[in-house]
Design a protein around this ligand. Sequence first.
Ligand code: NIG
Length: 385
Amino acid sequence: MSTLITNIAELTTNDDPEVLTDAAVVLSGDRFAWVGPAKAAPPADTRVDAAGRAALPGWVDSHTHLVFAGDRTAEFTARMAGKPYTAGGITTTVTATRAATDDDLRATLRRHVAEAVSQGTTCLETKTGYGLTVEDEARAARIAAESVDEVTYLGAHLIPPDTTPESYLDLVSGSMLAAVAPHAQWADVFCETGAFDESQSRSVLTAAAAHGLGLRVHGNQLAPGPGVRLAVELSAASVDHCTYLTESDIDALANSDTVATLLPACDLSTRHPLPNARALLDAGATVALATNCNPGSSYTSSMAFCVATAVLQMRMSVAEAVKAATWGGARALRRETEVGVIRPGARADLHILDAPSATHLAYRPGVPLTWAVWRSGAPVRPPRE
Ligand code: NIG
């Protein structure tokens, strides 16, 4: 079964050329079969007229925490009244998550995935990290693997208050890791004051790498710190947040394969400054944008909001922001040959906007512009009438 989507005014491919005008694509099975000028398009079984709209790869949201229960509206309200965000808020969600049934967690996860897909997200990573016991972390990873593309083990999210750091580190790098690893591709650590220090973070990440997991780091979120340096030292695929960077952090990222994943919705919601995307890009670092959707620090699934914020407030161009939210996220997950790109052979993940160009994502912030979404060749949000 093949589908021709034609009359695309502006097609962002993240390939060569990066943008095509008056374009068409053919989807065959779960892959793109053809990409090029509309006037040269081959026939297909069905045809969709994009009628002058813009199309781009589906968003790749490479940083979320979607296996959770409970609500932190009160913490958010207190924060808006001036109370600072601290890592300790995570325990509220841990308590609620442990008390939830598998079906509760599964339903909440699926609701948030559906919410993201309806806004154009076609590739999602999510993390454990609200269980913090062997059983609860393994169940979070198992449930996550049913609904998302990539699962990250984040047992090192916080040291639970009823545990000593030594015994918890043994657990995270020992039996908890062994229980979660079969359901996960990645391991992560919250390397920050109030969570895990540099040497604790290094030992967790080293143990995870020995188990065959790829590495990611939460770093430099609330203050300058060792997270970026450690991520680069251990060749992590990404270091996420990057809100407080020194020149040497920027230099290290620019000379590495570690992606700087920026989470602007989180910085806004926690009342921290926005990251210095311009310095990272100008130095040559690879930048990704992601939502960090979670109930504490960033409760949004909107990649479009992150893109608009990056353009309006972080001095990224529209092209840079769209690339960071598609190809950049894919690179952060080491999947850039398959997703976040539109070329023959890539996964047929396509997002059509009800607008003539991607510029409208920033020009019309807050407006729901998604017109249609295909994921692996299937119309997960069929074209609006
Ligand atoms: O990426 N920073 C650590 N983890 C999440 C926040 C989790 C929470 O507050 O529940 C984050 O912001």
